[in-house]
Design a protein around this ligand. Structure first.
Ligand SMILES: [Zn+2]
Length: 395
């Protein structure tokens, strides 16, 4: 029992405080997260130059509108292609197709994309009254796939366009769905993916539940030289790319500079951890964050994320945050002799204290530990430590 008491004391000293500079502002701009860039088109300038004609222009600056599916409204995100509003993912698919057509010497363009209710009502009146819009067929307002964001009217009157679409449109997920209208093509998914709009890699803070550590305002983590504390941070994938295990890494900032807090569990002194499994858009990724005391003194460990050989999350146009150092940990490293529990045998699992919330709270009630989650850190701790499970001592 004595060792349990001692361990509880150690726990109190090993409180790890993570500074979460809260207020994560996710940059959701389109092709670039730089405001000055968002109004520009992000077309492939080299393709334009190579062919001598204008590839479809795409402006990834996003706006929100109201789409309709089967008469029911929903929020829709649109960008601008060839001057027309187009639902963002349909725009990505279209632009990818337009680039392929361009390589085949065919110039695609959009004559009509997303339609508001007012626009559909006008076209429907034209159809019903046969007094405008060439009396073209128009769906009942609220029921057009131009309102759901899936339909595009393309320039099929131009030479070669219809033949190219018939031959290759399906490769890109496009299908002609109205027999009487050569120009009406719909996209409901499929194709090679890609496209310039939307941020590929972006993470969203989960606030206080997104970390195993208390927030930094509680004071710095105190860790003795040579000791390791364990923990984790979580981030929700709000980009359109999957975070592949072994590709996306939590990393110390400044980038690619060896961190003085590198722990044995780190991949290297410049890469901390990668998710155990791929993290799809919308899912939450967990990144282990162990810290080892090395040089005495107090300092910050700033954090960032990187998709290896692709982009840092903080960098546009492919990354949409968090910014470098948005997450940070204040750490105070003290000499082992300064720790009251320093005489404890090395066999005592030093990192156990961090997740042993009950013991820490009992020993230091003035140190709130709101973000601890002993349950979720139990498994990795047991894998790493040969010592007894400290949880049994604190309950
Ligand atoms: Zn149409």
């Amino acid at each position: 029992m004595a060792s349990c008491v001692a361990r509880a004391g150690l726990a109190a000293r090993l409180v790890v405080v993570v500074a979460l500079v809260v207020a994560l502002v996710l940059v959701s701009a389109g092709c670039g997260d730089d405001a000055s860039e968002s109004a520009e088109t992000c077309g492939d300038a080299s393709a334009v130059a190579a062919t001598g004609w204008a590839l479809s222009t795409i402006d990834c600056a996003e706006s929100q509108d109201t789409g309709y599916r089967n008469g029911e409204p929903f929020a829709i995100t649109v960008v601008t292609v060839d001057g027309e509003k187009v639902e963002r993912e349909t725009a990505n698919a279209y632009y990818t197709m337009a680039q392929a057509a361009d390589r085949d010497g065919i110039q695609l363009s959009i004559n009509s994309g997303f339609r508001t209710m007012a626009e559909q009502e006008r076209l429907y009146a034209c159809y019903v009254n046969c007094n405008c819009n060439d009396c073209n067929l128009a769906a009942e307002p609220g029921f057009s796939n131009h309102q759901s964001g899936h339909a595009l009217d393309l320039n099929t009157a131009a030479s070669g366009v219809l033949g190219w679409l018939n031959a290759r449109g399906a490769e890109f997920g496009f299908e002609r769905t109205v027999p009487s209208e050569d120009w009406h093509w719909e996209w409901w998914g499929g194709g090679p993916g890609g496209g310039p709009c939307g941020v590929e890699y972006a993470g969203k803070s989960l606030g206080i539940s997104g970390q195993s550590y208390p927030i930094v305002s509680r004071g710095p983590v105190t860790v003795a030289v040579g000791e390791t504390v364990t923990g984790w941070v979580k981030l929700q994938n709000v980009g359109r790319g999957t975070w592949k295990s072994g590709v996306v890494w939590l990393a110390p900032i400044p980038r690619d500079q060896a961190s003085p807090f590198a722990s044995p569990s780190w991949q290297s002194a410049t890469r901390i951890a990668t998710p155990a499994a791929d993290v799809a858009p919308g899912e939450v990724g967990e990144f282990a964050l162990d810290l080892t005391g090395k040089d005495e003194g107090e300092s910050m460990l700033s954090l960032g994320w990187v998709a290896e050989n692709e982009t840092w999350f903080a960098d546009g146009p492919r990354g949409g945050g968090p910014a470098d150092g948005y997450f940070a940990v204040a750490v105070q490293v003290v000499a082992a002799a300064d720790m009251p529990d320093a005489a404890m045998p090395d066999a005592d699992p030093p990192d156990a204290a961090v997740s042993d919330a009950g013991a820490a709270d009992a020993a230091a009630p003035s140190t709130p530990t709101p973000a601890r989650d002993a349950g979720s850190t139990t498994a990795p701790r047991e894998e790493r430590d040969a010592g007894p499970d400290p949880i049994t001592c604190s309950r």
